[in-house]
Design a protein around this ligand. Structure first.
Ligand SMILES: Nc1ncnc2c1ncn2[C@@H]1O[C@H](COP(=O)(O)OP(=O)(O)O)[C@@H](O)[C@H]1O
Ligand SMILES: [Mg+2]
Length: 298
């Protein structure tokens, strides 16, 4: 029986539980652990252990969640350690899904935008600068811009700015705090975006995410409402292209319907499967587990 590790932050989270059940139903043996709890023993040969399990004995690890650097963790060092654990395990021959490099690339909006542009994939025009004057000129030229943290998530600390005093104040604050600002052309849209789930070059399903009244941010964690989204060849092609650019085996790809067609906002390397299950009864964890159990000896 194949033993599949499931790396979680919260074992009770919907996706963590669904992965556990999917591994069990597929005849595998799940081992749930928190990356935070992994100890590294560099005595003779390096061993990575969670409880009394040497993680090298696992056939593969599915990463549900690496966890943030916020409350309940020790900040940047803990975060960096959790990634190192994944990289070291991969180096010891354990297949990690998603690969740690893909998780890191997806988490970095600057690098992601670079890779989308490099592959000629449609994505909004984006500028990073540390210079206030340049940022103001860009806003003037575009009319409206979206400012995002490079390592942001869940629609947090995202701002839509235009050429006025409030926006300048906000921009100054962001530059003081971050040193550099990531700005993207605002894409007028029908009040919703599309979250597409890709597993192993195939689309499992997609949902619309409708922003709550008075908001332009569609994330479910910001009050967005999910609805089933019919698949089209364009959605499938863009979502698979975006996941491929990031190197993700499975991904939640955010697309938005602009005036000139669909465009890619970002790829999530550790997406929740809850919204699409509740809206359309598609359980993406089944496809992830099928992929992992179907790989070579892993
Ligand atoms: N350029 C944009 N134009 C219009 N809306 C945007 C743009 N960028 C982001 N949004 C809105 O903000 C949400 C969050 O942006 P996203 O880039 O996916 O960051 P996060 O990692 O926080 O989810 C998107 O789902 C979308 O609703
Ligand atoms: Mg997003």
């Amino acid at each position: 029986m194949k033993c599949i590790g499931i790396a979680v932050t919260d074992p009770q989270d919907w996706t963590a539980r669904a992965l556990y059940e999917a591994v069990t139903r597929a005849g595998g043996s799940p081992f749930v652990f928190r990356l935070h709890d992994v100890a590294t023993r560099m005595l003779g040969e390096t061993e990575l252990v969670a409880g009394d399990v040497n993680l090298k004995s696992l056939d593969a690890v599915i990463v549900r969640d690496v966890g943030g650097s916020g409350s309940g963790s020790g900040g940047a060092e803990d975060m960096s350690y959790r990634f190192d654990v994944l990289c070291n395990l991969e180096d010891q021959g354990v297949e990690i899904v998603n690969p740690p490099l893909a998780i890191q690339t997806a988490a970095n909006k600057h690098l992601s935008s670079y890779l989308f542009k490099k592959r000629g994939l449609p994505t909004p025009d984006t500028i990073l600068t540390a210079d206030f004057g340049t940022a103001v000129d860009v806003i003037k030229e575009w009319g409206r811009a979206v400012i995002k943290p490079i390592f942001g998530f869940k629609g947090l600390d995202i701002h839509c700015v235009k050429d006025d005093n409030n926006s300048r104040t906000l921009l100054k604050k962001q530059l003081d705090r971050r040193g550099v600002v990531y700005m993207q052309q605002y894409i007028p849209n029908p009040g919703r975006d599309i979250r597409v789930f890709v597993v192993d070059h195939q689309v499992s399903g997609a949902i619309y995410r409708y922003a709550p009244p008075g908001s332009w941010i569609n994330n479910l964690s910001q009050g967005g409402e999910p609805g089933c989204c019919p698949l089209t060849p364009e959605i499938e092609e863009l979502a698979c292209g975006a996941a491929g650019a990031i190197g993700a085996v499975y991904a939640g790809v955010d697309l938005i319907e602009g005036e000139e067609g669909l465009t890619i906002l970002e790829v999530n390397g550790t997406p929740s499967g809850r919204g699409i299950f509740e809206a359309c009864k598609v359980d993406v964890t089944v496809a992830i587990v099928r992929y992992v159990l179907g790989r070579g000896n892993g």
